[in-house]
Structure formats: C-alpha cells, structure tokens
Ligand binder design. Structure first.
Ligand code: RB5
Length: 147
C-alpha cells in the first residue's frame, strides 16, 4: 500500500522511525513533512495527509502530534476520512476492522516508539469486516454526503 504520513513539531520525534518501520513492513511511504521539529500548525499537516487519502493518491494515512487529538479532529473534517485517535494497538486494529478507518493518529507525548510501531502495524494489517459494521459506516457516509 501507499501510506501518507505527517506530524507536527511535537510528533516529529517519532516520524523518522515510523517512516522507516512502514517501509520495513513492505509499504511505500509519502512523507508530507515537516522536515524538522520547528514549530508548525498541526491542521496544515493533517489536511495534507487527509486530502491525499480522500483523493485516492494514498491508501491510508498516519498522523502524529503531541496527543493525536488535534490531528484527528482536523482529519475528520475532510470528506471521506475516518480517523481514529489511539494509544494502543487493539484500538488501532479495531479502527480498521469495525470503523473502516483510513487514517490513524497518535501522540508522541503519549506513546513511545515501540507502542507507536505496534499501533501502526495493527492499523496496516487490520481489514474492514463489513457486514453490520458496513451498515454503521454507511450511516456516517450517508450523513456526510448530504451535509
Ligand atoms: C502542540 O503543542 C500540540 O498542541 C499538538 O501537537 C497536538 O497535541 C494537538 O492536538
């Protein structure tokens, strides 16, 4: 898969290791920045990743800020994006299996590198189960298409 990734200054500390790890898992990575830990505004980066996933350039997205919260709030404003903000791998996997999440966010001030890698692996390996979960996601996408 082609995976979009970005952080803000607070999330930057984890980004290089996560980029490398996603490549080790056999995926292509498009890094939307930033290139260093100078202060930036997280919504700018959440929007770059979310637009690339919503537009079909990338298959899934990974966002890292201080808590994961601002990134998720922003990403979920983009039509077609379902972003879960998580701190462990069970929720990351479930975000794919039950919610068909296409973006995941987490906080570099909340999780360390090993937990972040577990989160990313679970997210990338999870597969949407459809069925009743599809009915629920359809309620979301139907609402989104009328508003
Ligand atoms: C930056 O200080 C911090 O607010 C940001 O990384 C993020 O945690 C916002 O949700």
């Amino acid at each position: 898969m082609k995976i979009a990734i970005a952080s803000d200054h607070a999330g930057f500390i984890l980004k290089p290791a996560i980029v490398e790890y996603i490549r080790e898992l056999g995926h292509e990575v498009k890094d939307f920045g930033p290139a260093d830990d100078n202060r930036v505004n997280y919504p700018d980066y959440a929007l770059k990743v979310s637009e690339s996933v919503a537009g079909g350039e990338c298959d899934l997205g990974v966002l890292i800020c201080g808590t994961g919260i601002g990134m998720a709030i922003t990403a979920n404003k983009v039509k077609g994006i379902r972003c879960g903000s998580v701190s462990e791998s069970y929720s990351a996997r479930m975000s794919r299996e039950h919610n068909n999440a296409n973006v995941i966010s987490f906080g570099a001030r909340v999780v360390g590198e090993d937990i972040a890698k577990d989160i990313v692996k679970a997210f990338l390996e999870g597969e949407f189960q459809g069925g009743r979960h599809g009915d629920r996601v359809k309620i979301i996408t139907d609402y989104e298409s009328c508003h």
